[in-house]
Write a protein that binds this ligand. Structure first.
Ligand SMILES: Cc1ncc(COP(=O)(O)O)c(C=O)c1O
Length: 445
């Protein structure tokens, strides 16, 4: 077994200082958070997360796909410091400032399609979704919305109405938005229509056109379909290539909008600035957040100029487009364009190759899929029946932590790999070594 200089676990986990912090947290912090294991972060450096007891972890989660340039990238830190010394806040709602205008110009250029776009700034993914819901309704004058089973769009009331991930996220919060319909996501490994990709007629798409639009939802009342070009929290699911283009054509026919939720899949993670580009898909509105500013809270929606034509006062945000966050985003984009997106392609291939080797070796690995550094692995009871094994997934994620590897689950039984885009081959090989050790032990017990 190759020795790597990381991870380095020095204490029992949680260590003494971590135990103290967890106690305080349990006493005072909302119990609604879902901590799978006792990780008390103190410092981050690139791919390494150091906990409060000086234990060093290899981080394949990057703050849930947020720290795209790695923890505390020196150029990001310098940019934040410089901007903080100049202007911390002003509010783009009522004032102009250079970094916000420059970032909007940049995002306009980066969005797929023509470059006649406008940008609205938010503080989070959910807020970007809220802005998109409002814009879609405002622009079309229609109210109905369509989203996907398994989708995660956030937890504010509008975004939550579109979310179709877990019932616990919705239980007790009704009434949500009216007129939202969820349909099956195009998920070839677990086709809801019992088909096999290549031998199917894209029944998942036909369901929308031939069932939903014929029987329950008049397409003339639909404001927008919200879709994650790669479903994130739902299990890192990559749709079949042609699905998104067909959706775009259907939208043109019925004059509704297609909103791409690129909150998790965007900003270079898949090897292209936006995952939509892999499919030749040009959304009407793109929602982004997470990785856009390397960890500073920022979100944005990007829409064609003729769509984002709402008048002054119709939508705004005090903090959205904060100068420090915008400066960090401009630097993040520069780093992405100057090598990190290329690295995401190369390292994504390496990661997929290594995970596929695990799949061939261990029948509990049902499926491995992804684009760039947005990669998922489904754990199953056996490969033939594809029966999901969420308990095994949970054990692997937890045991990985105790061995010094930070990963998270997604979907009911998948593990997600969303490292920073600075990840190298050694990091990946080390991650795989730890995983294999755990999977081999699980399979032999
Ligand atoms: C695809 C997607 N949309 C929206 C959100 C919500 O983002 P936030 O937690 O910043 O509100 C998330 C968060 O995980 C997400 O993955």
């Amino acid at each position: 077994m190759k020795k790597y200089p990381y991870p380095h676990i020095r204490t029992e986990l949680p260590g003494p200082r971590a135990t103290k912090i967890i106690k305080t947290d349990e006493q005072f912090v909302s119990p609604s958070y879902t901590r799978g294991y006792p990780c008390v972060a103190d410092q981050g450096k690139g791919m390494i997360l150091i906990d409060i007891d000086n234990n060093e972890f290899l981080d394949f989660c990057a703050g849930i796909a947020v720290c795209s340039t790695g923890h505390c990238h020196p150029e990001i830190v310098a940019t934040i410091k410089k901007q903080a010394g100049k202007l911390i806040h002003m509010s783009g709602t009522d004032f102009y400032y250079e970094v916000q205008a420059n970032l909007a110009k940049k995002l306009n250029r980066l969005a797929p399609g023509s470059h006649g776009n406008r940008v609205f700034f938010t503080n989070s993914g959910a807020e970007s979704i809220e802005a998109a819901i409002k814009l879609a309704r405002y622009k079309t004058g229609r109210t109905r919305l369509i989203a996907y089973i398994g989708a995660f769009h956030g937890r504010t009331i509008g975004a939550l109405s579109l979310t179709g991930s877990k019932v616990i996220q919705k239980e007790g919060f009704a009434p949500l938005l009216q007129g939202v319909t969820h349909i099956p996501y195009p998920h070839c490994y677990r086709c809801q229509f019992g088909k096999i990709y290549g031998r199917c007629k894209l029944e998942c798409f036909q369901y929308l056109e031939n069932i939903l639009f014929q029987r329950t939802v008049p397409p003339t009342e639909v404001a927008a379909v919200f879709i994650e070009p790669i479903q994130g929290e739902g299990g890192y699911v990559v749709p079949p290539r042609e699905y998104l283009i067909k959706l775009q054509k259907l939208a043109e026919k019925h004059e509704f909008l297609v909103v791409a939720d690129e909150v998790q899949s965007g900003m270079g993670r898949t090897g292209k600035m936006f995952a939509s580009e892999h499919f030749g898909f040009v959304p009407d509105i793109i929602c982004t957040a997470k990785g856009i500013a390397s960890g500073m809270p920022l979100g944005a929606i990007i829409a064609k100029k003729e769509i984002m034509d709402w008048p002054p006062g119709s939508h705004a945000s005090t903090f959205g487009g904060n100068p420090i966050a915008c400066a960090a985003a401009l630097k993040t984009i520069e780093l992405l364009e100057n090598g990190l997106m290329d690295n995401a392609v190369a390292m994504g291939e390496h990661l997929l190759k290594k995970l596929n080797r695990l799949k061939r070796k261990y029948p509990v690995v049902g499926d491995v899929r992804g684009l760039g550094l947005m990669v998922g692995m489904e754990m199953v009871k056996d490969r033939k029946t594809k029966t999901p094994d969420p308990a095994l997934r949970d054990r692997i994620v937890e045991r990985a932590f105790y061995k010094g590897l930070i990963i998270l689950g997604c979907g009911s039984n998948s593990i997600r790999f969303a490292p920073a885009l600075i990840v190298d081959k050694d990091h990946i090989d080390c991650c795989i070594q730890i995983l294999e050790e755990i999977i081999a032990e699980e399979c032999s017990s």
